[in-house]
Design a protein around this ligand. Sequence first.
Ligand SMILES: [Fe+2]
Ligand SMILES: [Fe+2]
Length: 193
Amino acid sequence: MLLRVEEIYDFAARILSETRFKHTLDVADWAEKLAKHHGLDPVKARCAGLAHDLAKELPMKDQLSLARRWKLLHYPEDERYPYVLHGPLAAYWMEHYYKVEDTEILAAVASHTLGRPGMSQLEMLIYSADLTEPSRDFPKVDNLRQSLYDDLGKGTLACVERTLIYLRESKRPIHPLTQLTYEDMLRRLNLGT
Ligand SMILES: [Fe+2]
Ligand SMILES: [Fe+2]
C-alpha cells in the first residue's frame, strides 16, 4: 500500500474539524476492533475508517462540482441531496491524488453513507462502524453494536434497517441505493451467502 495509515491519519488531522476528527478516530478504532474480531484485515479497516469522512467538510457546492467533474453522479438524488456524495468523493480523491490502490478500502470509503448492493465485508464494517461508533447515542445502539460483534452480516442488515426507519420517521428522503442495499442484504442473509 503506497499510502500508510499514518499519512491518512495526518491528512485527516490537518483538514478535518476537531469534532469530525474525533468521530473519524472513533470509527477507525471501532472498525479495527470489529475487523480483528471477524478475521478481517485490521489495517485496511483502520485506513478506511480514517479516510471515510475526508471530503465531508468541503463546502456543498464544491462537493457537487467535484462530483460532476469526476463523474460521480449516478442518481437524480445525488444532485438533490449532495450530502451523500462525500464518500465517493473521498474515495476518488484517495485513488487519484493520493494513489491509494487498494480497491477494498476505496469501496468501503465510497459506500459508507448509502451502502450498495453486493457490499464486501469491509464495506459492511465501515458502513456499520460509522453508525455505531462509541460516541453515537440513540435508542438501542448497544443492541446494534452487539449484533455487529455477533454476526457482521446480520448486524449490518440491522444497521441499514435502523437507518431506513430513522429516515422514514424523520420524513427525510431515502436514497434508492440504501433501499437497494437493504433488499440485497436481506436476500443474501436468507440465501446464506
Ligand atoms: Fe460520512
Ligand atoms: Fe462518518
